[in-house]
Design a protein around this ligand. Sequence first.
Ligand SMILES: CC(C)(COP(=O)(O)OP(=O)(O)OC[C@H]1O[C@@H](n2cnc3c(N)ncnc32)[C@H](O)[C@@H]1OP(=O)(O)O)[C@@H](O)C(=O)NCCC(=O)NCCS
Length: 168
Amino acid sequence: MTTTIRPEAPSDEEAIEQVTRRAFLSHPYSHQTEQFIIRALRADHALSVSLVAEEAGRVVGHIALSPVSISDGAVGWYGLGPISVEPEWQGRGIGRALMERGLAELSRIGANGCVLVGDPAFYTRFGFANSPALVLEGVPPEFFLALSLDTAAAHGSVQFHPAFQATR
Ligand SMILES: CC(C)(COP(=O)(O)OP(=O)(O)OC[C@H]1O[C@@H](n2cnc3c(N)ncnc32)[C@H](O)[C@@H]1OP(=O)(O)O)[C@@H](O)C(=O)NCCC(=O)NCCS
């Protein structure tokens, strides 16, 4: 298998939405708005990192990273997600490749850290852990995970980009 991970191009937008929609269709905690979130982030120029996974010229996965704000004023923190792999392509290492390249891109742009909401069973393998110093209102701490990319600590309440409220 030769998976190519590359930045999104304008011609990928429809494929990204379709992959995202299908990946989250049977996700137990999804409101099926993830594709709208990506579109709203892009419209607001807040898709700091947007990578696609390509197999034989077809987009089969995607990862989005966007800036978050933290109440202590810490800068350079990003929110990871949504991340999606086309259902029939899951379990073949594409999610890992997207995660590793996404985190590498964050380091490249000088990010200080990354947060996400998700299943620790998947994300702890990439270094994410619950961080008692950071909270996301309304989300149980066990599903709110952080990864520091430098030595500066961040403390406080985290807010994802307003695009995460998009419903259409
Ligand atoms: C989560 C998702 C992106 C993972 O992509 P993937 O291509 O299937 O993942 P990979 O094959 O690269 O798996 C990497 C590792 O994570 C493990 N893994 C994959 N999905 C997992 C899950 N849901 N829970 C726990 N571990 C998982 C794999 O077993 C593999 O382990 P290994 O490194 O020990 O072999 C994909 O399953 C998906 O799109 N799911 C639906 C949307 C979703 O849930 N997004 C995340 C929202 S929190």
